[in-house]
Design a protein around this ligand. Structure first.
Ligand code: HEC
Ligand code: HEC
Length: 251
């Protein structure tokens, strides 16, 4: 590859991954404690791009600004995030070398844990269930609803959070405690966001049935079967709801 072309690709790669980088990235590196100090420039840049993408951040998340300049001083230590990243690099190496390797199938290259395996595009890798449960504790259902809309607008289609048609209704059981109205509200919210999902209506029917609202549960099942006439979960639930009291199959 011509020199000019390689430089251009590098510039493109760096800016796509992490925003514009004006600083010159040197050929030789002076402060590598975890990476092989002889690493090539291309490999180093690829590694740094992976870090940035895995955490959903830019280079300046870990690298501090050089004095009297708006460029980054990549070799300098001084940001906690860079120290944390070194700890994480060591941890990841140990996970793969000492642990994953023990369960690797013979004859198959073992799956490697990478930064993105945990981080999935966020600096503090959290599950959406936990983020929403916190919003609920802090500000009740309204705040959970607002948080969900915010996360969905920002992250839908990425690997960061689970926006499947099941998550909200599962969460309803986690945060509802003894209050059967909470799972119903979460299952309603789920239907609002996934109006074409037959399963979303099955979850709503289950929540209504647990709240002893059998009529509403039957209406939900009718809607589920309208959306997918072959939905066997909906058929099974309809049979249970139609069975006379006392004949519910508990198994
Ligand atoms: C999640 C934190 C993190 C992000 C984001 C990150 N880096 Fe790094 N970078 C590090 C760490 C940690 C080292 C030192 C690795 C070591 O000690 O082996 C490093 C080292 C470097 C070095 C070598 C400096 C030297 O001379 O020792 C360069 C150059 C560099 N990064 C460029 C970048 C660029 C360009 C980006 C954005 C595309 C970036 N980094 C994003 C954590 C990060
Ligand atoms: C096994 C899961 C896992 C892997 C693999 C992993 N991390 Fe992390 N990382 C975490 C968790 C969890 C936290 C949050 C700790 C906390 O603050 O509660 C974290 C925190 C961090 C932070 C601090 C974020 C901040 O805001 O201060 C950095 C930087 C980081 N990780 C970088 C990396 C890099 C780079 C890699 C790959 C070399 C990596 N992590 C691999 C789980 C992981």
């Amino acid at each position: 590859m011509s020199y000019a072309k390689r430089v251009w690709l590098t510039v493109l790669a760096v800016s796509l991954g992490a925003g514009p980088v004006s600083a010159d990235i040197p050929e030789k590196f002076t402060n590598l404690k975890e990476l092989n100090p002889e690493i090539s420039r291309d490999d180093l840049i690829a590694t740094m791009r992976q870090f940035s993408t895995a955490l959903g951040v830019r280079c300046n998340f870990c690298h501090m600004q050089a004095e009297n300049s708006d460029e980054l001083d990549f070799a300098a230590d001084g940001k906690e995030e860079k120290d944390a990243a070194r700890v994480m690099m060591r941890m990841t190496k140990v996970i793969n070398g000492d642990w994953i390797s023990k369960v690797a199938e013979e004859g198959h290259p073992s799956v490697q844990v990478e930064c993105v395996t945990c981080h999935r595009g966020q600096p503090h890798p959290r599950l959406i269930e936990d983020v929403l449960a916190d919003a609920y504790t802090a500000g009740g259902f309204d705040s959970l609803q607002t948080k969900y809309a915010e996360l969905r607008n920002r992250y839908y289609g990425s690997q960061t959070f689970d926006f499947s048609d099941r998550m909200l209704s599962e969460l309803g059981h986690q945060i509802g405690g003894d209050d059967a109205s909470i799972p119903v509200r979460l299952a309603e919210l789920n239907v609002q966001w996934s109006p074409e999902s037959s399963m979303a209506y099955v979850y709503l029917a289950m929540a209504h049935s647990e709240a002893d609202d059998v009529e509403q549960a039957k209406a939900d099942i009718a809607k589920a079967l309208e959306l997918d006439p072959k939905n066997r979960w909906a058929m099974r639930l309809r049979e249970q709801l139609d069975a006379p009291p006392g004949q519910h199959d508990e198994h």
